[in-house]
Each structure stands twice: as C-alpha cells, then as structure tokens.
Design a protein around this ligand. Structure first.
Ligand code: URA
Length: 441
C-alpha cells in the first residue's frame, strides 16, 4: 500500500477500507507516513467526511496504536465507566461525578486533559492540589481505581500515540474542526482506557467548542454511533454552556468549589443537576440502576450523604494530596493576593452571558494557556459568577476577580462587564438540552 494512493482515494471522495486506514495510522506512529501525507489526508477528510464505517475503523486503529488497558485482571466487582466532555467554563463536574459514581458501585479510571483555548481542563485543576500526582505510574493508577473506585489522572504517553501525532498535525493545518476526526480522537483514548461504558457531555452555547445546537447534535450523534460501533456502550447528553456552569472558573477556585459541593458547604444547583444527569447515564449503562430516575436519585444521594466526598478524599490522598483536604481546602490550595468584585455599570437582571469571553478572562489572568507549553497560574480566576436570571446591582457583583496585580484586575473587570447583557427579565435556557442513545443515532 502507498500512502499517496490512500490520500488520492479520499481526495476523490471514495470510502477507505479498514486495512487502508490501519496501514495509514500505523505509519503515522512508525514514521512510514510523513507529516505532509498525514496533513493531506486530514484535509481530504475535512472536505469529504467519512462514513460511519470509516470513522469506526479510524477510531479502532488509533486505539490500537498504543497500550490498551485491561481491567479484567483486577476482578473489579463493578463496571468500568467514564464520562468525557467537549469542555466548558466553570465546569468541574468531573470532580463530583467520578467519586459519586464510585460511591454507587462503578469504577472510574478518568483520563483527563489540560485546558484548551477558553475551556478549563480537569488536569490543570487537580494539579492545583499540593502533592497530587496527576501522572502516576500504571501500578499506582490501577491500585487507586481498585481501592477507591476512581482515579482522575492525565493522559499517558502510551495511550493512543497516533492521536497525539495526528492532533498536533491537525492543530497547525486547520483540520481540527472535522466531526469524524474529532470523534476518532476522543474515542480512541476512551477505548484505550478499557471502559465498559461511556457518557459523552457535548456542550452547546456561547462557551462551547461547538457553539450551535446543530453542530453539537452532529458531534454527539457521531460519537454515539462510532463508540457503539466500536463496541463501547455510549450515550450522550447535549448540555447548556450559554453561561458558566458553576460559580467559579479557574483552577484552585474550581477545586474549592467542587469540594464545597461534595461536603455540602455549597449546593450549586446547575453543577449538581448536570452531575446527576451524567452519572445516571453511567449507572444505567453499567447496569447499576434499573431506570434513569432511580440512577439520578442514587447519584444525588451519594453527593448529599458525603459518600462521594469520602471517595474524593481517599482518591486525592492516595495520589499524594493532603489528608485533610476536604476539611480545609483553602489551607492547601493556592490563593491569589487580590480578590476584587466587579460591578455592572447599572443594576438589572442578567439576560445573557458570553461564556467564552469569561473563559478568556481566566486565560488572560494566567489561569489558562495561549500555547500548549505555557505554564499556568493555579490561583487566579473568577468566583461568584452571576448567572442568567440573577439580579446584579451595587451590592451584587458580576463576579469576584482573583488576580496577581491591579493591572490584571482592571483588564479582567472590563472584559467581564463586556461579557454580560442586562435587562428587565430573562428566561433560563434548558440545562439538559437533548439525550442521544444508540437507538436514536
Ligand atoms: N478533543 C480531542 O481530544 N480531540 C479533538 O479532536 C478535539 C477535542
């Protein structure tokens, strides 16, 4: 087989067969396929798309380009489950969801990513916890999953290396925004984690990677069809990202927010509702509940009773974090020297928010990256972010800014004000917009 013949076939609109796809993907890792050839194929896929069969073959070939975890040896008494999100602002659902599902009998080996663009990354948030090992060796990772029911860690070098190479090429050749390529990229890593069930959280709205509902729906349908086609039971929820999901955006501030929700010091309704909806999908897929309603109730109970908090505490301690993290998170997590309110120019009710702009405020403060190699400041961010339908006035700010210096405060305040629309009254968009299952995909 010749790489250029495979590129020509895709360029001319024909479907590739699985052997051609497997040849190309293994060539990407071995070096037999050059970066020029990979970028040409990516552009041909960008323009001509892929059939479901081709996308399944690409996903499976990328999964098989590296190690595939197998949990059978651990003889776990429950199913191995996970969630993946397309990313958002103020979204620390993973920190609540993994321990809640563990408390309900699931096992969650969650391999999470860093912040991308305006969206926060679970890995960056967890690295704000002093001592937390986000890159444990395989033996520790397996032991923590087995003993506590969940471990949230970073991507390892050995899982789906073809995706790492292809993503880097797509990033610099304007070929990221291709539904079959995004699908294969996300799912190859999830399949390599050896899961038995997955729920996908596809965000829609101003802070989403795919802002329109039509695009979000197309991505969710593709992921559900391709994952199930590759043998991984998967459902998807399309959830609202027209505002920050929770009241905090940043790294340490989101860990504190998640811990406060786990311990009951706070109850942020939208954060908990999305956690319960995604957790319910995981329990149902894993056979741990008979109905979605029953499953939602079980996740909510795990959060309310402190059972999820207890799992989170054990996971964090097993991965090197402080033993009294839950009791006094602020003692351990870094905090910014300045915490300043930003007020709206006039009083009113929040009618709309540019959630992407809020995410970019966090990046501007140093809490996110503009280049993959950038270091981040874990302490900065926003808290008490005003939500749609909330009243803001001289006593109720749009947000609190956590910053290093006055210049940062001034720039962030102007950007936060510009992100908000105020009016007399507002309607809140639905939080869970759509549910997609294999039958409907
Ligand atoms: N996230 C991924 O892992 N891959 C993509 O292609 C896009 C988002």
């Amino acid at each position: 087989m010749l790489p250029q013949e495979i590129i020509r076939k895709k360029r001319d609109g024909a479907a590739l067969d699985p052997r051609e796809i497997a040849f190309f993907v293994s060539g990407l890792v071995s070096g037999a396929v050059t970066e020029m050839q990979a970028s040409a194929l990516a552009m041909a896929v960008f323009f001509n798309g892929m059939t479901r069969g081709e996308a399944v073959a690409l996903t499976v070939a990328m999964r098989d380009s590296g190690a595939v975890l197998d949990w059978a040896g651990e003889t776990l008494p429950g199913p191995v489950l996970d969630k993946h999100s397309t990313g958002g602002v103020g979204d620390n659902v993973s920190l609540l969801l993994a321990p809640a599902v563990a408390a309900c009998g699931g096992y969650v080996p969650m391999i999470s990513g860093r912040g991308l663009g305006h969206t926060g990354g679970t890995l960056d948030k967890l690295e704000a916890i002093p001592g937390y090992t986000a890159k444990p060796d395989n033996a520790l990772f397996r032991a923590v999953v087995r003993d506590t029911g969940c471990a949230i860690i970073g991507q390892t070098e050995t899982l789906a290396p073809a995706d790492k190479r292809l993503y880097a090429i797509r990033d610099v050749t304007a070929t990221v925004e291709s539904i079959p390529l995004i699908t294969a990229s996300i799912l190859s890593k999830k399949l390599a984690a050896g899961l038995e069930g997955l729920v996908m959280d596809v965000k829609t709205g101003t802070g989403a990677f795919m802002p329109t509902l039509e695009q979000s729906r197309a991505l969710a349908a593709s992921i559900v069809a391709v994952a199930n086609g590759a043998g991984l039971k998967t459902t998807a929820l399309i959830t609202d990202m027209n505002e920050a999901l929770g009241p905090a955006a940043g790294n340490a501030v989101e860990v504190v927010n998640a811990i406060d929700n786990l311990t009951g010091r706070r109850r942020d309704a939208r954060l908990i509702a999305v956690t319960a909806a995604l957790g319910a999908e995981m329990l149902l897929t894993g056979g741990l509940a008979a109905t979605l309603e029953d499953a939602r109730g079980r996740i909510a109970a795990a959060l309310a009773s402190g059972a999820a908090a207890e799992r989170f505490a054990r996971m964090a301690a097993a991965l090197g974090g402080p033993h009294d993290l839950m009791e006094s998170p602020q003692k351990h997590l870094p905090s910014a020297p300045l915490i300043r309110p930003v007020f709206a120019g006039h009083a009113g009710t929040v009618t709309a928010v540019d959630a992407r702009a809020l995410g970019l405020v966090v990046v501007g403060l140093g809490g996110g990256r503009t280049r993959a190699a950038d270091a981040i400041d874990p302490a900065v961010g926003l808290t008490e972010i005003a939500a749609i339908c909330e009243r803001v006035d001289v006593n109720n700010p749009l947000a609190l800014i956590h910053a290093r210096d006055e210049a940062q405060v001034a720039a962030a305040a102007a950007a936060v004000r510009a992100a908000y629309r105020l009016g007399a009254g507002a309607a809140r968009p639905p939080l869970i917009v759509e549910r997609l299952t294999e039958e409907g995909a």
